[in-house]
Design a protein around this ligand. Sequence first.
Ligand code: NI
Length: 254
Amino acid sequence: MIFDSHAHYDDHAFDEDREQILESLNTRGVGKVVNIGASLKGVQRTIELAQKYPFVYGAVGIHPDFVGDLNEERFLWLKEQCRQEKVVAVGEIGLDYYWDKASHEVQKEWFVRQYDMAKELGLPVIVHSREAAADTMEILKDHHDASVPLVIHCYSYSPEMAREYLDMGYYLGIGGVVTFKNAKKIKETVQAAPLERILLETDAPYLAPTPFRGKRNDSGYLAYIAETIGELKGVSAEEVIRVTEENARRFYRL
Ligand code: NI
């Protein structure tokens, strides 16, 4: 069954019908979802969702857009949340120079501290990186530890850089963007990457695939993404779903 490795069902976009959507996923071929905390509030809501729904698991971390909210006390709280039942990863953490909500120095500091926290706790890491290719690579090279599984979520850089990340043993998170007509780099990246290193992800409510582009995304639409990946790699959508489910289970140790 489809494994959505990255979604945000705590988002306000689901306030009206969160329960109906989540309860419908099973009948739409979705077996598991990892809900990703991005803010302090998002982490709290992620843990609540994981407690409520047997097929939902949680990742705990502060997105670079929100690291300005962190301090020592809140960081300790964050670490405690990582020990909650059904928390399977640290994320999403990283650098976002597109929105640039905090200074690059502050973003880097909390990226590294949260990465080290994951290492200490023995949890895999979900990395968010937008318009920060060089600094992300530098930090991950400096701190690389082969015992920490890591995914570059919503991979958006060059096929050459993807090769470097794959050589480091990392996974690539692939979602709706791969179905967009003009997404040449991502299509090339997917063609070149081993299927065994791809995680399917929605980033719901964002980045719905064609033909739903611009609408609210949810895990059921991953079927369209699997179809596109299958076309690019010359395998069936079923094969993509089967292999990426195995990948996500290995990555999150589920
Ligand atoms: Ni996300």
